[in-house]
Write a protein that binds this ligand. Structure first.
Ligand code: UFG
Length: 335
């Protein structure tokens, strides 16, 4: 049983990965400052796992805390989820994004180097493809960024590449997420934005509960079949399983990899809205609004490399994504 440190392990993707890791026989240790995670996530994880995971409350920028954590645990691999991720906010606060996302990664890597822990799974993003020229997007497509958030994710990848080239003991699983949505099948953990959601599915969920009147569809004049933006939505439980496969590959081979995690299937805003309507049992209202600045028409992964290298295949459908989201939202409201 290997001990795995999950920074940001109480957050949306971290908490689902924590469950998948424990189910695969590993021992997760969570470090989280709870700046974007609910306080009751550890209890919910305990309910799911049968025992409370070890949780350290603190920041990846706290070098002293990291030193203590590594000194007292035999960490085999680190999974680094802790980061800021609001694209719009990053445009107003580029320095905060650099400090947390790049500074956090550097502080963590320094602590790992001191502790002789050299394996890390890194949360990257399809954002690093900037304005993609080829759809579906293979990993060797040109990279770029359109906002400070994308910059921090790409710069983080590049730092890891330089580090791996400097010392063969380092091995990194760089995972470029497409659009993670949905919730754990139990309805016990899921995505929980504190404010009005920016992202599509959490926003639709609030329309479904009646907290928001309608979805604003940002543009219906894109060059897509129904005119609305297309994304590669991936169920968060599939994404979590991809992390476990990445970890197992790192542990088995000692070799790093850089992979897309997506389904390879693009879905439009209106398709997602209709699917959520099926999940909650009523047609959900929408209005057509102007395009959102910075949006690209289509983002869709070429998932071939993850399939070949890890045997990874996203198994869950768009209906599964919506049904699990709705189960989580309604169950939480009943708690
Ligand atoms: N959309 C709407 N109305 C809304 C919200 C979104 O029409 O209220 C549309 C967007 O225009 C886009 C699609 O729904 O066409 C998806 O938008 P999201 O905000 O859910 O997701 P993005 O693709 O813009 O960005 C997300 C994450 C990023 C990540 C990226 C990778 O926010 O962090 O996916 O693809 F990097």
């Amino acid at each position: 049983m290997a001990t795995i440190l999950l920074t940001g392990g109480a957050g949306y993707i971290g908490s689902h990965t924590c469950v998948a890791l424990a189910q695969a026989g590993h021992r997760p240790v969570i470090l989280d400052d709870f700046s974007n995670a609910a306080e009751d996530v550890p209890d919910r994880l305990a309910h799911l796992l049968g025992s409370t995971p070890e949780v350290w409350r603190g920041s990846v920028l706290d070098a002293e805390l990291l030193a203590r954590l590594f000194a007292t645990h035999d960490i085999a691999v680190v999974m680094h989820f802790a980061a800021l991720k609001a694209v719009g906010v990053s445009m107003q606060r580029p320095l905060d994004y650099a400090r947390t996302n790049l500074g956090g990664l550097m502080t963590l890597l320094e602590a790992m180097r001191t502790a002789s822990v050299h394996r890390l799974v890194y949360s990257s993003s399809a954002m690093v493809y900037g304005l993609p020229e080829t759809i579906p997007i293979p990993e060797d497509a040109p990279t770029g960024f359109a906002n400070p958030y994308g910059y921090t994710k790409l710069a983080g990848e590049q730092l890891l590449e330089q580090l791996a080239a400097s010392d063969p003991r380092w091995a990194f699983g760089i995972l470029r997420y497409f659009n993670p949505v949905g919730a754990h099948a139990s309805g016990l953990i899921g995505e929980d934005p504190a404010d009005i959601p920016n992202n599509l599915m959490p926003y639709i969920a609030r329309v479904a509960t009646g907290e928001l009147p309608h979805l604003q569809v940002f543009g219906d004049d894109y060059p897509t079949p129904d005119g609305t933006g297309i994304r590669d939505y991936i169920h968060v439980e599939d994404l979590a399983e991809g992390h476990v496969l990445s970890l197992q590959s790192l542990m088995r081979t000692g070799q790093g990899h850089l992979l897309n995690l997506g389904t390879g299937q693009g879905r439009s805003v209106l398709e997602v809205l209709a699917a959520y309507g099926r999940a909650c049992g009523r047609t959900l209202p929408h209005v057509i609004a102007p395009r959102r600045p910075g949006d690209v028409p289509i983002l869709c992964a070429d998932p071939t490399r993850a399939a070949e290298l890890l045997g990874f295949r996203a198994r869950r459908s768009l209906d599964d994504m919506c049904a699990s989201s709705w189960r989580w939202i309604t169950r939480r409201q009943g708690d």
